[in-house]
Every structure is written in structure tokens, then in C-alpha cells.
Design a protein around this ligand. Structure first.
Ligand code: MLT
Length: 356
């Protein structure tokens, strides 16, 4: 995408808004997903500039509230918020008053009382960000992963990455969502405990892709009623048919170890080994949300093959999170959006009133 086109997208007004919160991929629907991907493409262009920073959210304050470990998601959100020029507060439970017994509600109300505009929440309990959204008076809440439930921005960046790879191969610009129509997505691994799987199923199927799950019976959800998926009868056949293989980590912190006889057996039956990669079609793309556990769900050499796009997913995560923050917190089509800070003389931009 050219710099002019990126600036035009970011300065367009009025722009379709999403929100007021992003708790589930279902909050977006196909049009919302398409809009996030479109705006993220413009931010990916901003990221390639010498100064990858825009003044769009100057004066806004975003807080990351992580009640669970994270490397890439937290850093990615914080990088995204900083590239939009917002102030960023980082809350981690290990050095907070939660250790002294403060409740989630009191923690949220305390943080909101400081005039926070965006709360990015990760929590081991499914539904915690929904609860936070009910308590929040003014802040937009973004789910950065809740228990086994959802991880919407991960699914969005996975879609973005797949579209980007497909466009590169076709020699075109990544645009629209037609490339997902009929695409065969194979989600392989610990589906039962995976919030990534749930968000991916919603996102890919909303865009018209066909989703198949492959996992030992013990690592499938107890019921798949109402899920727009099929379950692979045979892993080798499913691999041969897949356009995209989304690999999942065994969620040991959610007790998945008890659901498999041994790691060695799991890898032998379900891991993406070199032998299984040879079954894949040449066009296949392998995604992994990270962290990868080499030697368990993916063998070390497969992780380093060009078909495995995990590092590209991390890079794209920043553009996707910039897009989500921008669409939730800065939807007035502000003059200056998309203009590098250096070109505005640091004057920044004024963002209109918050919705909701
Ligand atoms: C998550 O937080 O769910 C990760 O992105 C995926 C994982 O931990 O396996």
C-alpha cells in the first residue's frame, strides 16, 4: 500500500466504528473484521516509515491489565498504543494491590478513576473482560485473552497474515475478504482449552472459510453443537486438504497435560512433524499464535520453515492492535491521523468525545 493511500484511509471521515468494546470476534461481524483488516493495512504502511508513529491518540491513556503471563500480546498492545502516541500504563498483578486482596472490581474502578480511556484486559477466567466492560464507565475494554474463551485480536492478526501471504503469492495488494471464501482452515491441537481456536473459528467462518478441527477426542470441547466446524476423521487427509494449518499449543497451565497419555505420544500422533509437513499442499500456510513449544506441537525444524509464519504474525499483531485501538478510541476522523508526528511538528490532534 502506498503512503498516500494509507493516509487517505486513516484520514477518512466518517469512518465505520466498532465498539464500544472488543470482547469477542462476534462483536465485529464480517464487516467489522473487514474494517479492522483494512485499517490495519494502512497502519502496516505507517510501520514501514522512518518514524513509525502517528499522533492519533495523543492525550489518551491506555492501560494494560494483565492477570496472566504474556510476552507478545502485552508488548504488542503497548507498542501499538505508543505508536498512536497515547500514554500507556502497565498493570501486572504480581506487583499490584491484588496481592493484598483487592478485588477485580475495585482494581478496575481504581484504574478508571485515573481517567483511563482504554483497558486492555487479560484474565485466566473466561468472561472477566465482559465483567470489566460492565463496570467501566468511560473506558473502552479490549479482551486480550480470557481463560478458554476468546482472544479476538489474535484471530484478527491471523486473518490479516493469511490474507497478506495469499496476496503476495498472487502479486496483488491485500484487499477485501474474498480470499477467505471457501478457504480450508485446519485448527490442530488443544482446541478444548484454546481461546485462540474459539476466536479463529468465529473469524474465519464469518469470512466464509471452512474450518476443520483435528485433535485427540480428549482435547476437543465436550460439545461442538452450534460450532461452524467439522472434525477431521483422519489427520493425514485433513493436512493434505488444508490451505491453512493453525497450530495450537498444549495449554499446560489449564491442565491439558492430564488429557494426553504423554507428551511423546501427543507429538507422535498430533504434532506437526517433518513427515506430516510433507503431506501438506505446496500452497499451505502454517500459523502459530505463540509461544511455540518446539518438539511438542511442532518440531523444531518445521518451526523454522518458510511456510511457518509465526514471526510475521507477531509483526502484524502491532498493526492489528493499532487498528483496534484507533477504531475504538479515535473514530472522529481526526485531522493528523496517519501523518507522522515529525510532520505535524508534534502538534498532535484532537479526538472527539467517547461513545458509550
Ligand atoms: C494465548 O494467550 O492464548 C496465546 O496467544 C496462545 C497460547 O498461549 O498458546
Amino acid at each position: 500500500m502506498s503512503a498516500e493511500r494509507a493516509t487517505a484511509i486513516l484520514n477518512a471521515a466518517p469512518r465505520p466504528s466498532i465498539g464500544p468494546h472488543l470482547l469477542s470476534v462476534d462483536d465485529l461481524g464480517p464487516d467489522g473484521i473487514a474494517e479492522v483488516l483494512r485499517v490495519a493495512e494502512a497502519f502496516a504502511e505507517v510501520e514501514r516509515r522512518a518514524i513509525p508513529k502517528v499522533p492519533t491518540l495523543r492525550g489518551r491513556v491506555v492501560a494494560t491489565l494483565f492477570f496472566e503471563e504474556s510476552t507478545r500480546t502485552r508488548l504488542s498492545f503497548e507498542t501499538a498504543a505508543k505508536r498512536l502516541s497515547s500514554d500507556v500504563l502497565s498493570f501486572s498483578v504480581s506487583n499490584s494491590s491484588v496481592k493484598k486482596g483487592e478485588s477485580l472490581r475495585d482494581t478496575v474502578e481504581t484504574i478508571e478513576a485515573m481517567g483511563i480511556d482504554g483497558l486492555i484486559v487479560r484474565h485466566p477466567s473466561s468472561g472477566a473482560p465482559h465483567q470489566v466492560a460492565r463496570w467501566a464507565d468511560r473506558a473502552h475494554v479490549i479482551n486480550a485473552g480470557d481463560g478458554w474463551h476468546e482472544h479476538p485480536t489474535q484471530a484478527l492478526l491471523d486473518c490479516f497474515t493469511v490474507r497478506q501471504v495469499l496476496a503476495e503469492r498472487a502479486g496483488t495488494e491485500p484487499e477485501g475478504t474474498a480470499c477467505f471464501e471457501g478457504l480450508r482452515i485446519l485448527i490442530l491441537g488443544d482446541v478444548r482449552h484454546s481461546r485462540v481456536a474459539r476466536s479463529e473459528i468465529l473469524a474465519y467462518s464469518a469470512l466464509g472459510a471452512r474450518v476443520t478441527l483435528a485433535a485427540p477426542g480428549s482435547l476437543l470441547p465436550p460439545s461442538l453443537e452450534g460450532w461452524p466446524v467439522t472434525v477431521a476423521a483422519d489427520l493425514d487427509t485433513a493436512l493434505a486438504e488444508a490451505d491453512v494449518v493453525s497450530l495450537l499449543r498444549l495449554q499446560a497451565e489449564r491442565g491439558s497435560g492430564a488429557f494426553v497419555p504423554s507428551l511423546r505420544e501427543y507429538t507422535a500422533n498430533w504434532g506437526l512433524t517433518r513427515r506430516r509437513v510433507d503431506l501438506l499442499a505446496e500452497r499451505a500456510i502454517v500459523t502459530h499464535p505463540g509461544p511455540m513449544v518446539r518438539g511438542v506441537e511442532i518440531s523444531g525444524d518445521v518451526a523454522d520453515l518458510p511456510i511457518t509464519v509465526a514471526t510475521r504474525q507477531v509483526t502484524n499483531g502491532v498493526a492489528i492492535r493499532m487498528a483496534v485501538l484507533f477504531l475504538l478510541l479515535g473514530t472522529d476522523g481526526s485531522i493528523g491521523a496517519g501523518v507522522p508526528e515529525s510532520e505535524t511538528g508534534g502538534a498532535g490532534t484532537t479526538i472527539g468525545a467517547l461513545r458509550g
